[in-house]
Design a protein around this ligand. Sequence first.
Ligand code: FMN
Length: 320
Amino acid sequence: MLKTRITELFGIDRPIVQGGLMWIAKAELASAVANAGGIGFMTALSFSDPEALRAEIHKCRKMTDKPFGVNLTFLPALRIIDYPAFIDVCIEEGIKFIETAGRNPEPYMDQLKSADIKVVHKCTSVRHAIKAEKIGCDVVSIDGFEAAGHPGEDDVTSLILIPRTRDAINIPIIASGGFADGRGLVGALGLGADGMNMGTRFVATKEAPVHDNVKQVLIRHDERDTRLIMRTLRNTERVLHSKNVDKVLEIESKGNTQIEDIVPFVTGLEGKKMLEEGDLKKGVLAVGQSVGLIHDIPTCQKLLDRIMEEAEEIITSKFA
Ligand SMILES: Cc1cc2nc3c(=O)[nH]c(=O)nc-3n(C[C@H](O)[C@H](O)[C@H](O)COP(=O)(O)O)c2cc1C
């Protein structure tokens, strides 16, 4: 059993977090992570409106009596999103933990703190971590360059980013980006984090509500198979290499790219179809370099058991 500031804060047994996963982090996955001793964050924007999120919170409560949270991602989006209304639903439903990402959560801090919600801000640079601590966030989740989704524009890997963040702030830190097993967990703790977040690894679990083709494709690819798109828009996204990704990169290489030029390839609705129908020719799939560490599709229970056994074995054999 590894007790850290993260396990204490969330009231969980294992310092393992499932962060926001667009269209994927729903009740099935968040409850499975919770039942396995970690904490899962359901991604609010996976739901069409705040009432749909409310229904999913109810569903998740039926599937676990352990703590879980909600992720709020602030990124450029094609639809208008009423964030305060999503937060109101979280407050009304007694959600105690919210993971924010994409942009500074400051505009919403008063609303969140009035309900005594613990805020985990996921960011990609030391300066943003310092800012998060300053505005009253309770935890920083720091995404290294390896990460799936939006790893920021600074290209600093977890190996440097975590200890740099540890030196700069006092609140607990969750290491994110590149973590998928017990070795990663020990590494994260050694670098100064209080726990680790996994994204890509959780997509390849039995409970992730995505088509089996998507899970299998993660097993077939390795750490060399991701690409960075939308760099020219300063909204960099790490995704699995595919024909669509090559098309986006070709458009971007011509210069002066506007979001409209690439929307047909990157729109979330195409990505949603891919996840549901398993047709990997549709959209793009956020994937981190940790894909190289994925070789099976376990249940969340089996995955977290294995991670903890591996971590404890390393700690006792190497440091005893
Ligand atoms: C398919 C997928 C979708 C994601 N969607 C979101 C999201 O909506 N919001 C968010 O904050 N992070 C999102 N992420 C990022 C993860 O929460 C996490 O920070 C990242 O995956 C960590 O890197 P890893 O993949 O190496 O574990 C997504 C990741 C993946 C793989």
